[in-house]
Structures are given as structure tokens and as C-alpha cells.
Design a protein around this ligand. Structure first.
Ligand code: GAL
Length: 698
């Protein structure tokens, strides 16, 4: 597997994070101390300028980058590289005062006041122009700086604006989408119902809080428009760098699996992707393993945006978060483990928010590598330094990638459609949680699963799981058929294929768009259960699964019935079916059950595809990264007990010892990374050999 080293000049993983030295320009002693401490902690990269606009341009048209140049030079002289952010996430006060259009309007249409951050109207031409000017200056001044690694666009973008200009752009967007034909829009949105027909695009309004919120097609289109408008804004920033510094890559920092922006649309514009991770460590509702399984899911969401290369963990806290209901400290050892998880999942960095705690301001109590105490002699600093050492031990693995042969199909439009749709249970739809818990079953057994669009090229995958794929995108049905015909195993669930991209219900049976032939079933009724209602699915071998929340009543066509309902008026009716189709199989699970119960089915699918599952001790997470030199197996113990794992032969990189004879003991919160080298010039490692289809076999 070819390596894809993101930053050859660094020669390993990035370690460091957001540095906000603008606050300390009158304290050269602190800035000097920062450099000393960064070296001590093994920091090789910082992010500068995320919120520095007003420092660059204290008043309109008067620029000052000298302070930044001095800091970047000093850092570089010490071997520390810079990720340079564009400052558009923090509007200067003078800018909002001079150009009120820069600030977004809320759902009630009222313009917000200056304040906070990312309070932007994406359409504002004045704001776009001002951003372009400052970006150009940055590119000109720093584009050829040898310490510059990467451009970082703004910060965690997302959010809707309801100003008159955005409303106008929405109408223009709709006119393009419906080819200038208002009749097309009316048909797509089924506006004759409730007499909501429009006679002109100028009459269409965004979904204001006191306006139109009863047309499902409009609601989902507004979300798509918002993504389109944000990406359009981002493109204007990127264009500046593409033109002036084509050699420098560009990224944005995403937030786990945010509903606010379709990351796939944004990722297309970026050279590499990154995200900010803030799990609720040690909370009182779940085990740490469960919390981190959720974090691993988010890692997979981000990794899958560009699975062919590593991504970056752009932010995490070295200790606590702030401003949550509870801001609990990570227990000793957990920080290192969480950083190793990021690397295991495919990140080539561990970057923090932030390097030094601010004295005042909003986030003064958020964790930082250097505390208000100001010394290296703290638990947090020592743990961060340990991460620095750990990353340098693993540096060979930078540029390697994970390889998943199973995929979960998840679409942002589908999430929006389900959230907005008036069906099923308001409280129980829980699309993301449903995806996550199914994904977690594969994770629990060490099976890597990417999270991709229903229209993605699935040829590299053998198993695809599509939970609650209520809305089908235009290419989805054909894609799924192709996948199964070519030998793929597909599993869909209740609430599949009810509506098209405009939220129009399919006629002639769900799942629509021809998918009822693929699955060999038609879903005739959806039963939404009250929280205490239960049913069961019974299989021939006597196994039973408990049903809750949702049960569909199926009409069976060509599918083989695997399991039937045990109760209620649909007792004896099909609940789990399998339809052989082409060289593959299309499975349908018509009711919601706990994913742990479904493991027997997943295991069967995996077995038929020759994908091995692992028996991992409880609380242990496993991943593999692959490179030309061999495979790196990561084992992470999220419990406070020791755990033994069978690693197979290789060299354990954290200790330098050889592994393989007998079980490897992981300490509480301990980890092992075992490199199994590909014999030089010899036969490739059998675990990464590929079969005739180019799939890796173990
Ligand atoms: C992130 C954000 C950072 C900082 C951090 C800690 O979401 O990007 O700028 O605010 O949270 O709260």
C-alpha cells in the first residue's frame, strides 16, 4: 500500500496545536518561554492566526503582519512549522460596524449584532471582499515562508443566515436548480397540497420562524442551499491561495458529524481534511470505551471524506473542556490513549486547542498544554510530552492509511430529511445514533468500516450497511444494485427508500426507485411503537431478537424470509429477509433491534465475504494502518484493568520489544502498536496480500 506522506519536511506526525501568541505580544518573556516549553513537549507544529484579523488589520486598510512574521521566523528557527489560518471566523468590530451586511440574520430574519465568532452572512459581498483582501496579504507575505505547512480556512464553519440577501440568493439557487421553471418546483414540492403553489420564484421564502415550514421539499432544499452558500464562500477564500500558493495544501477544521454543513461538499474543495474532537470523557452515562467508540465513529466519518490519505486531528483538549454542563479531567494516561486512537484511525497529527491558557476572555478555563501556573511541572504538561515521545516512536507510520472493506452509507440529505420529516416517532428516529450503534458492532469486533455516501463508488467494499436510508439520492438505487450485482452484501433497514431527493414519496411501494426488486420485499406499513412496547423476531434456529421503536409490515416478493415477528397483528410476517441478486445478497431488517443482537447476521455477512472478525477483550479497541513497509496493528485498552491481546508476531513500537510469543499484556489505559514488516523483496505479508479483485485478504 503506497504511502501518502502529507508533510515530508516534518518527517513524522504533527504534534502541537492552536497557539494564540497575539495575546502576549507585550510579554516577550512568555513568548520565549513558549518556545522552550514547546521543544520540551516535542511540539513540531502550531496553528497561528485563527482569530487574528483585528491584529492584522486594526483599522480598515491598515495592515500589520510584522508581529506574526517575527513569531513564525522564531518558530521555524526552532524546527516548529506553522499551519496558518485565515482569520475570517472572527470579524473585527470595525468591520461589522462599517459593513452591517457581514453579520448574519437569525431565523426570525432579524440581523444579529456584532459579537461571538463565525457570525457571518455567507452572501455578504462586502465581507467576502474584505476576507479576500486580508487573505491575499497573508498569501503574499507568508506564502513562501519555509515554515508554512498548510492553509487553514476560518474555523469550524457552519450555520444559516436569513438576511434579505441570502433569501435572494436562495431564490436564484432554486431558479437554477429548477431550470427557471416554477412549475417544476411546484411539482417537486407538491405544493398543490394545502394550496401552497407559487407563481414566481420571487415568492419563495427561506423557512423563517414565522413563515413557511410546512413544505418538506423546501426545508431540505434550504439546508442544501446553506451548504452550497458556505462552500461558495470557502471557494472564494481558497481561490486566493490556489492562485498564489498552489504548492501549499488547504484544509478546514470540521466538527465530528455536524448537521450544519454537508462535509462531503466542502471536502471536495480541500487538499486534506481535519477535525476537532471533544469527547465527554468519563461521563456518568456510559463506559469510557463507549464514549471512545463514538469518537472512533467520528474519526471514521472524517477519514472517509478522503480515505486515500491521512487526515489531521486539528484540535483536542490536553485536559478539560469548558462551558459544558460538566468539565471533567481526563484521568492519567487517558490523554495519550485518546491521541493514539486518532493515529490508529488514520490521523497524522495530534494538535491541541490550545497551547497556553488565556488569562481572560471566553475560554480562559479551557484546558491548555501550559496552564495559568505557567510551568512544565504539571501532570498535563508531562502527559503531553509523553504524547510527543510516543508520536516520534511511531513516526514511520505517518503517511500510511487504514483499509476498510465494509462501508456504512450515510447521507447528510437523508439526515435532514429524517429530522424534518413528519413521520415515525419525534423522539425515536435518532438517525445518527442508529448509524453509530450499528457501526460500533463492527468496531467492537475489530472490523474497520468507512462512512460514505450512498452514491459513492462502492467497488472497493464487500459489505455495505445502509441504516434508515429514508431519502434516496438520484444515483443511490443504481449504485446499490450495481454493488450487489457485483457480489456485494448489502443490508438496509426499516424506513428505506420512502422519498426522493425532493421529499416526494415513491409510488408503487417502498423501498422506491426500483429498490423493492433489489430487496425482494415491499414495506406496506410502518408501525411506530411507544417506548415501552416490545415485539420479537423469531428465527428458525430458535434465536429471538427484541424489537423496539419501529417495525415494518412487509410484503415478500422474491426474498427468502429469515426471521418473522412473534407478536401483534403482524405475527408470522417477515421481519428479516435476504434476496440473492446477481452475485451478491440484499438483506432487509424491517424492525429496530439492538445491534448486538444483529451481530449473528453481521458475522454471517462477513463470513461470506471472507472478512475476519476479531475476538477482542472487552474494552479493547483495534485498528490497522498499512504502508509499503508493512502493517501497524493498534490495540487500545480503555479500561482500568490489564487486558491480554493476541497480536501475532512483529515489533511492538512503544516498547521496542518483539511481540508474538503468547499474549501481549496491555496495562490499564495501555496500548500496543505492533509493526509486522513486509519482507524486503520477498513475498508480501500474507495478511496484506490481495486477491484477484484487488481486495486484501487476511
Ligand atoms: C473548538 C474551537 C476552538 C475552541 C475550542 C475549545 O470548537 O474550534 O476555537 O473554541 O473549541 O472550546
Amino acid at each position: 500500500m503506497e504511502k501518502n506522506v502529507l508533510f515530508p519536511q516534518v518527517g513524522g506526525f504533527l504534534h502541537g496545536g492552536d497557539y494564540n501568541p497575539d495575546q502576549w505580544l507585550d510579554r516577550p518573556d512568555i513568548l520565549e518561554e513558549d518556545l522552550r516549553l514547546m521543544k520540551k513537549a516535542g511540539v513540531n507544529c502550531v496553528t497561528l492566526g485563527v482569530f487574528s484579523w483585528v491584529m492584522y488589520e486594526p483599522e480598515e486598510g491598515r495592515f500589520n503582519f510584522d508581529w506574526l512574521a517575527g513569531i513564525m521566523d522564531r518558530l521555524y528557527a526552532e524546527g516548529i512549522y506553522t499551519i496558518l489560518a485565515t482569520p475570517s471566523a472572527a470579524h473585527p468590530a470595525w468591520l461589522d460596524a462599517a459593513y452591517p451586511s457581514a453579520v448574519r440574520a437569525g431565523r426570525d430574519g432579524r440581523r444579529c449584532r456584532h459579537g461571538g465568532r463565525v457570525n457571518t452572512c455567507w452572501s455578504s459581498p462586502e465581507f467576502r471582499e474584505k476576507v479576500k483582501i486580508v487573505d491575499r496579504k497573508l498569501a503574499e507575505r507568508f506564502g513562501s515562508h519555509p515554515g508554512l505547512l498548510l492553509w487553514h480556512i476560518a474555523n469550524e464553519l457552519g450555520g444559516e443566515c436569513f438576511c434579505p440577501l441570502c433569501a435572494r440568493r436562495f431564490r436564484e439557487y432554486l431558479a437554477r436548480r429548477f431550470e427557471g421553471d416554477i412549475g417544476k418546483l411546484n411539482r417537486a414540492w407538491w405544493t398543490t397540497f394545502w394550496g401552497h403553489c407559487y407563481s414566481d420564484f420571487s415568492q419563495v421564502e427561506p423557512p423563517y420562524s414565522d413563515g413557511e415550514s410546512s413544505i418538506p421539499g423546501l426545508l431540505v432544499e434550504w439546508k442544501r442551499f446553506t451548504t452550497w452558500n458556505i462552500v461558495d464562500f470557502v471557494k472564494t477564500e481558497i481561490a486566493v491561495f490556489k492562485e498564489r500558493t498552489p504548492q501549499i495544501p488547504v484544509t478546514m477544521n470540521f466538527m465530528s458529524f455536524s448537521e450544519k454543513l454537508d462535509y462531503r461538499a466542502a471536502a471536495k474543495e480541500l487538499s486534506l481534511v481535519s477535525w476537532d474532537s471533544y469527547p465527554a470523557f468519563h461521563n456518568d452515562r456510559e463506559t469510557l470505551y463507549d464514549t471512545m467508540a463514538e469518537t472512533a465513529f467520528y474519526h471514521a466519518v472524517i477519514r472517509s471524506l478522503k480515505p486515500e490519505k491521512p487526515y489531521l486531528l486539528m484540535e483536542c483538549t490536553p485536559s478539560v473542556v469548558h462551558g459544558m454542563s460538566y468539565n471533567k479531567q481526563k484521568r492519567p494516561g487517558v490523554h495519550r490513549l485518546a491521541c493514539l486512537q486518532a493515529v490508529a484511525c488514520g490521523s497524522d497529527s495530534v494538535l491541541y486547542f490550545q497551547w497556553r491558557k488565556n488569562r481572560g476572555g471566553c475560554e480562559q478555563h479551557h484546558g491548555a498544554v501550559v496552564d495559568h501556573l505557567g510551568t512544565a511541572d504539571t501532570r498535563i504538561f508531562r502527559e503531553v510530552s509523553q504524547v510527543g515521545e510516543t508520536l516520534s516512536r511511531l513516526s514511520r507510520a505517518a503517511g500510511t492509511v487504514t483499509c476498510a472493506r465494509t462501508a456504512m452509507l450515510v447521507d447528510w440529505d437523508n439526515r435532514w430529511a429524517l429530522n424534518e420529516g413528519h413521520l415515525a416517532g419525534k423522539e425515536t428516529k435518532e438517525y445518527v445514533r442508529t448509524c453509530m450503534t450499528i457501526w460500533k458492532e463492527f468496531f467492537r469486533h475489530g472490523v474497520e468500516m468507512n462512512v460514505v455516501s450512498s452514491e459513492a463508488d462502492l467497488s472497493g467494499y464487500r459489505i455495505a450497511v445502509a441504516p434508515m436510508m429514508y431519502m434516496l439520492r438520484p444515483g443511490t438505487a443504481a449504485n446499490l444494485k450495481r454493488f450487489v450485482e457485483n457480489g456485494g452484501q448489502l443490508l438496509a433497514t426499516y424506513m428505506t427508500g420512502y422519498v426522493d431527493e425532493h421529499q416526494l414519496c415513491y409510488l408503487g411501494g417502498f423501498p422506491g426507485d426500483g429498490l423493492s426488486q433489489l430487496f425482494g420485499v415491499i414495506s406496506e406499513e410502518l408501525d411506530t411503537l411507544y417506548p415501552s412496547d416490545r415485539n420479537r423476531i423469531r428465527f428458525e434456529d430458535g434465536t429471538e431478537w427484541e424489537v423496539f421503536d419501529y417495525a415494518e409490515v412487509l410484503r415478500v416478493g422474491t426474498a427468502e424470509v429469515q426471521g418473522v415477528y412473534a407478536e401483534d397483528y403482524y405475527k408470522g410476517g417477515a421481519a428479516v429477509t435476504c434476496n440473492p441478486f446477481g452475485k451478491g445478497k440484499a438483506w432487509y431488517a424491517a424492525a429496530r433491534v439492538a445491534p448486538e443482537e444483529m451481530w449473528t447476521l453481521f458475522e454471517k455477512m462477513l463470513g461470506e465475504c471472507g472478512i475476519p472478525a476479531r475476538r477482542l477483550p472487552q474494552g479493547v479497541e483495534y485498528h490497522q494502518r498499512l504502508g509499503e513497509e508493512g502493517t501497524y496493528d493498534f490495540y487500545l485498552n480503555w479500561t482500568t484493568e490489564p487486558r491480554a491481546v493476541e497480536t501475532g508476531p512483529g515489533r511492538e513500537l512503544l516498547t521496542g520489544r518483539s511481540a508474538g510469543e503468547g499474549a501481549w499484556e496491555l496495562e490499564p489505559y495501555g496500548a500496543a502498536v505492533v509493526l509486522r514488516e513486509t519482507p524486503r523483496g520477498g513475498a508480501p505479508d500474507p495478511r496484506i496480500a490481495t486477491d484477484a479483485n484487488g481486495w486484501k485478504q487476511e
